[in-house]
Design a protein around this ligand. Sequence first.
Ligand code: RB5
Length: 147
Amino acid sequence: MKVAMACDHGGLELKNILKAELENMGHEVVDFGTYTSDSVDYPDYASKAALAVAKQECEKGVVVCGTGIGVSMVCNKVHGVRCALCHDVFSAKATRAHNDANMLAMGQRVIGPGLALEILHAFFESSYEGGRHDARIAKMMALENEQ
Ligand code: RB5
């Protein structure tokens, strides 16, 4: 599948590791930057990946900053995006199964690359369960039109 990626300077190394893994898994990565360790503002990059997912140019997205918090907050401002900040494997599986998350956020300063790769695999190898979760997601997404 086509995967949007973005990071700031605080997530550059982990983004590059995750990008290589996604490509090894056979996915096509669209990398919206940043590409150097120069200090940048994470909204400028996370928003590009989120918009690509929202416009369905990419099926899923992976974003990284120092904590994962900033990029996940930005992505969740974009209509149509459900970005999950995951630092454990259980949450990565559960957010695909229950929330049908279409973006994954992680923090390079929070977890090591080994765990991050396990989380990446869990997220991309888990499927949405549907059923009782459909109505819950519909209620969540309806909030986008109520403000
Ligand atoms: C950058 O120093 C840092 O604030 C950023 O990577 C991220 O952690 C923000 O949420």
